[in-house]
Design a protein around this ligand. Structure first.
Ligand code: SF4
Ligand code: SF4
Ligand code: FES
Length: 239
């Protein structure tokens, strides 16, 4: 390096750069120093918490890490997915304990009138009082309250579209003053939509029919009888 071009005034302390900036967070009433910008779940691990339940995909898909949090000086308790939310200084949080919501059991294919059956399976669904707490609690930004009403009025198609991003975190359930589990009502409506009301793609139906009639049994037997090398050769040939 050209020593003349080296300016000692802009010397950077390497250790200082590598050392992460720390923030203070509060977990279950106790304060911890954790690196700025890590996720809530990493902060729990970093501070030595034993997180056995509430961890799944770590990518915002499985909904296992439902968490309540509050930011500095703000009295409002909010909700988030711990694996997808960064900590900030003064944040206080704790993961949601499993909530014992009632889950109706049903054989979807055997239901004769799924829109009416909703009222037998989830009789509390029409008792929604429009408080909107479920929508406010949803970390996925779904209009949960509207979805419950749409399900009650039999618009299962809209429900299935609205809840496409639902990760079943369950945060909308403990807040409901009418004891509705909105996510379970929506899941039922979406399943019913798929099983009973959606037009099945013609080509897919044809292919399922062919499989049922055994058109591909011979081919399957051939594949299942192959050893690893034969499988690799066949795959390579397809590519
Ligand atoms: S609808 Fe309920 S269960 Fe689904 S993501 Fe929103 S809060 Fe979670
Ligand atoms: S929390 Fe319950 S009562 Fe309130 S809007 Fe949602 S479903 Fe209705
Ligand atoms: S761990 Fe799966 S959504 Fe957070």
């Amino acid at each position: 390096m050209d020593q003349k071009a080296f300016d000692s005034n802009v010397l950077i302390d390497q250790e200082e750069v590598l050392r992460p900036k720390m923030v203070t967070v509060e977990i279950a009433g106790k304060k911890y120093e954790v690196p700025e910008g890590i996720t809530v779940i990493k902060a729990l691990w970093y501070s030595g918490q034993e997180v056995i339940h509430g961890v799944g995909c770590l990518g915002g898909y499985c909904g296992a890490c439902a968490t309540y949090y509050r930011t500095k000086d703000d009295p409002k308790v909010r909700t988030c997915l711990a694996c997808s939310t960064a900590v900030e200084d003064g944040m206080s949080f704790s993961m949601m304990a499993p909530f014992p919501a009632r889950k109706a059991t049903y054989q979807m294919a055997e239901l004769k009138d799924p829109k009416q059956d909703l009222f037998n399976l989830y009789p509390e669904a029409p008792m929604c009082r429009n408080c909107n707490a479920c929508t406010e609690a949803c970390p996925q930004g779904i209009d949960v309250r509207d979805g419950v009403w749409k399900a009650v009025f039999g618009d299962f198609k809209s429900v299935s579209e609205m809840f496409m991003d639902c990760v079943m975190c369950g945060l909308c359930t403990p807040v409901c003053i009418a004891d509705i589990a909105p996510n379970l009502v929506a899941l039922y409506a979406s399943r019913a939509q798929g099983a009973h009301f959606m037009e099945k793609p013609k080509r897919l139906q044809e292919r399922i029919g062919e499989i049922e009639q055994g058109h591909y049994t011979k081919e399957w037997d051939r594949i299942l009888g192959m050893n690893d090398q034969e499988l690799k050769d066949v795959c390579a040939a397809i590519k």
